[in-house]
Design a protein around this ligand. Structure first.
Ligand code: FES
Ligand code: FES
Length: 173
């Protein structure tokens, strides 16, 4: 259903709306209340890897990739994702095989409680997809909107630096 069609039928914030999109490479339909954030819609769909911390755009824990851009899923409505292609942290790995970025996080102990980790991974994935040669300063800048309260940032930067090699081998469409 198009956004225009969704808005023309809208009758209240609790009305269920069907949102059609591509989710981690697979066509999907999310049934969401009109007032739900995209993070709510994803989590209610079972994709609970997208975390909610501040719920007002500050912490970055909810970061997902929408049409190639890292987006805070707490600042976007599920209905706004109609027709979009979304990648969540669940889409990084293949089955039980971690992606090179996830493997680097594990190797460098770039997480402690793990609450911020999905957002860190998605922000770093979006960055390295576009800029596989990003240096440490660029990585720090890109991750400056993702807050971690327990690990410290040095292992995270080291992990992203190491993962660059895997992204530089990927042909861009
Ligand atoms: S939960 Fe979205 S930025 Fe904090
Ligand atoms: S690992 Fe705990 S908040 Fe980042």
């Amino acid at each position: 259903m198009s956004n225009a069609a969704a808005s023309s039928r809208w009758s209240g914030p609790d009305e269920p709306v069907e949102v059609e999109l591509t989710l981690n490479g697979v066509p999907a339909t999310l049934t969401a209340k009109a007032r739900w954030s995209l993070a709510d819609g994803l989590r209610e769909h079972g994709l609970t890897g997208t975390h909610l911390g501040c719920e007002h755009g500050v912490c970055g824990a909810c970061t997902v990739i929408v049409d190639g851009a890292a987006v805070r899923a707490c600042l976007m409505l599920t209905v706004q994702a109609d027709g979009s292609s979304i990648v969540t942290v669940e889409g990084l790995s293949t089955g039980d095989a971690l992606s090179p970025l996830q493997t680097a996080f594990r190797k460098h102990h770039a997480l402690q409680c793990g609450f911020c980790t999905p957002g860190m991974l998605m922000t770093a994935h979006a960055l390295l997809t576009e800029e596989p040669e990003a240096d440490a300063d660029r990585i720090r800048s890109a991750l400056s909107g993702n807050l971690c309260r327990c690990t410290g940032y040095l292992p995270i930067i080291e992990a992203v630096l190491e993962a660059r090699a895997a992204y530089s081998k990927v042909d861009k469409p």
